[in-house]
Structure formats: structure tokens, C-alpha cells
Design a protein around this ligand. Sequence first.
Ligand code: SAM
Length: 281
Amino acid sequence: MTVTLLGAAEIRALAADLDVTPTKKLGQNFVVDANTVRKIVHVARVSAADRVVEIGPGLGSLTLAILETGAPVTAVEIDHRLAERLPATAAAHGVPAEALTVVDADALRVTELPGAPNVLVANLPYNVSVPVLLHFLETFEGLERGVVMVQAEVGERLAAGPGSKIYGAPSVKAAWYGAWRLAGTVSRQVFWPVPNVDSVLVAFERDAVPRGTDAQRRAVFQIVDAAFGQRRKMLRQSLSEVLGGSSAVASELLTAAGVDPTTRAEQLTIDDFARIAAARG
Ligand code: SAM
């Protein structure tokens, strides 16, 4: 199978043919550079043995680069015109019909995916990148690893460790699932239209052993949200409501969990948050 990639002129022609004017609302900045999509697939280490899910395939530039490896792709696209056209684009570029499954849906709402994907690869719509990532990690436990392109600030936050200003609830929630790292920067010039933000690649590997059950995760995330909701306050204050209703009870529970009640949210690791949730019971 020889798959050819989309060129910049063809991408614009496809959009014109579909009468698609890229919208900010759907985060539609299409990659028009073959080197960039090949780089994303390379960083994700996609091989023919993988099964990939792509969120927001758009006109198909990244999709074709993934399919070029021989891995089958399930692609979830909210824009009906784009979802409808993708199979024909793939076929015209040498992709056998069975290699691509298009799901015409809002990725934030999908709860089932054909193809049992083990790898996530996406140039994410920037306005929903964190919620859609967390939704996929929560819902599709078979996802072992992935590489996503996101706005630079979001990527830095996802990969941040404790003690920095950018460390926040998304960093801790992402860490619940596994390890995250920044995996390269992407020039604005590779997009059409050119966005007014910088982009980075972020890679993740899911932990081999899950940290806990769904109920435990929900309990931890509730504490994380409360702690970062008032990130300037000491934990005994910011967590007083979720830990027993008073700062005295919260202090006791925090101490039992081995966490100093006078520290702040940004100092805590995912392990600390998990111990606090366990101490609350
Ligand atoms: N993958 C393509 C590329 O790299 O050229 C397009 C990436 S573009 C940044 C984001 C894509 O996500 C668009 O095609 C947009 O229509 C789609 N999208 C936006 N919100 C979505 C959602 N909630 N669910 C699924 N797709 C979405």
C-alpha cells in the first residue's frame, strides 16, 4: 500500500470544494506541511501493529500520515462536511477502505470507539484540548500512549511538575493517568490559517498499573479542583469544605496523609492528592 500525503494547494482546494471556511469556534487550523505531520507520527512511534484514534481529522493531512504507517485509524470529527469527505480523500490517496473508520461526532461525547485503539494522535481543537484529552483517557482505557499538538501554554501546563506557576489542575489530572513530556515545538507557519498562538507536541504514556478505580479518581479530582480553585490559600483553608467542613478537621486529615496543612496546592504531587483522598475515605 502506498499512501500519498496532502499538499498545501490540495488542502485549500478541498476546503473550497466543501465550502469550508476554517472557524475559530471549532479550532480549525489545518496543517499544510507534510514534514510536520510525519514528525508527529514519528514522535508517536506509530507502526503497522498499532491501532490509532485521531480526534479532529479535518481535511485529513495528519490522518494520511498515520495511515502511511499501515496502522488503521478511527477518526472522530464533529464537522459533518469534513467527516463525510474524509473516506473519499483517503481512497484517492491510496488508503484501502477498511483502514479508516470515520466517526461523525463530538469527541467530548463519544463513549464507544470502533477499532479498539491503543494510540491517540491528534492536532487537537485548541478550545477543548484538555477536556477532550481527559475524556479520552477516562473513557478509553485501551489507550496506552499518544502524541497531541496543543497550544504551547496548554502543553507546558500538562507536562508541568509541582512547584511552578503553570502547574495546575490539568497537570495533576493528566498525571493521574501516566507520564507526560513536551516533545517539540511547531511553527505557526505550518497551519492554514496561521494561528495567533504557538503550538507544541505533548507525548504521554499511560501507567501500566492504573492508580485507582473510577470512584477513587473522582474523589481525587474533587480535591484537586478544590485545592486549585483557591490556589493561593493554604491547603487547610482551600480544602476545609471537602475535608470535613472546618480547617481544623482538614488539618488533621492532611497531617494523617503526610501533607503539611500550611502548604499550597501547587506544591503537591498526584501521590499527595491520592493520599489525601484516601485519608478522607
Ligand atoms: N487534524 C487536522 C489537521 O491537522 O490539519 C485538523 C486539526 S484542527 C486543529 C481541529 C479539528 O478538530 C477540526 O477539523 C475541527 O473540525 C475538529 N473538532 C473541533 N471540535 C471537535 C470536537 N469536539 N470533536 C471532534 N472534532 C472536533
